[in-house]
Write a protein that binds this ligand. Structure first.
Ligand code: CA
Length: 218
């Protein structure tokens, strides 16, 4: 999964990027509210970590304009201890959860999984359809009874496709969900990932819709 971190504190931002990358996520980090607003508008990130006190534009303003635009992406607010009113306002504006600084990375990752579960409408850390299941904490994928632990990028591909089963994602949409800004993306990168996943399971696990993209059936 690709995560956007909007946080002006250099030490915390750096620690967040490191922690998320260690958890096999692809991370983009901006330190200014205006840039943050532009970055969320471009899209592609499956999760946003949003600081409230930011230069340029506050986290609450970013959150408000995002939700007003109908964007329902998971957003977890990062707040200071004395920002209770802002936390309440953030939840009212449609943030999915918040963490108060300082916090443990373990807790952040668990909260993110919980938010993703709620988005998937599941009670446990699993996304899936009748045929495919993804375990968000162990990175295991099960297809028709066959189970494999997938490397980060292959798992991210399946997560993107299973976020909305039955929805076709184009090459560009998949690239946006899988790769950060600075990363060089080979023109056949998505095909290669799909090839690896199919080889581990079965070619039918991901359907190709000619000229449009790929999907996992509902
Ligand atoms: Ca701040």
């Amino acid at each position: 999964m690709r995560v956007l971190v909007i946080e002006d504190d250099a030490m915390l931002g750096k620690a967040l990027v490191q922690a998320l990358e260690d958890a096999d996520m692809s991370v983009d980090w901006v330190r200014d509210g205006r840039l943050g607003e532009e970055a969320v508008a471009v899209g592609g990130h499956g999760f946003v970590l949003l600081d409230i006190g930011l230069p340029g534009r506050s986290g609450l303003e970013i959150l408000r304009s995002l939700r007003l635009a109908g964007d329902k992406r998971p957003i977890l607010m990062i707040t200071a201890r004395d920002e209770l009113d802002d936390r309440v306002a953030g939840l009212d504006l449609g943030a999915d959860d918040y963490l108060v600084k300082p916090f443990e990375v373990k807790e952040l990752l668990a909260r993110m999984r919980a938010v993703l579960r709620r988005h998937g409408g599941q009670a446990v850390s699993i996304l899936g359809t009748s045929e495919v299941e993804l375990d968000l904490s162990s990175h295991e994928v099960t297809y028709r009874g066959h189970r494999e632990v997938l490397p980060a990028r292959e798992f991210a591909l399946m997560q993107a496709l299973l976020d909305r089963p039955g929805t076709i994602l184009s090459r560009t949409q998949l690239e946006e969900k899988l790769y950060g800004w600075g990363e060089e993306v080979e023109s056949n990168a998505v095909d290669v990932l799909i090839h690896y996943v199919r080889r581990k399971f079965d070619k039918d696990i991901i359907r190709n819709i000619r000229g449009a993209g790929w999907m996992v059936p509902k």
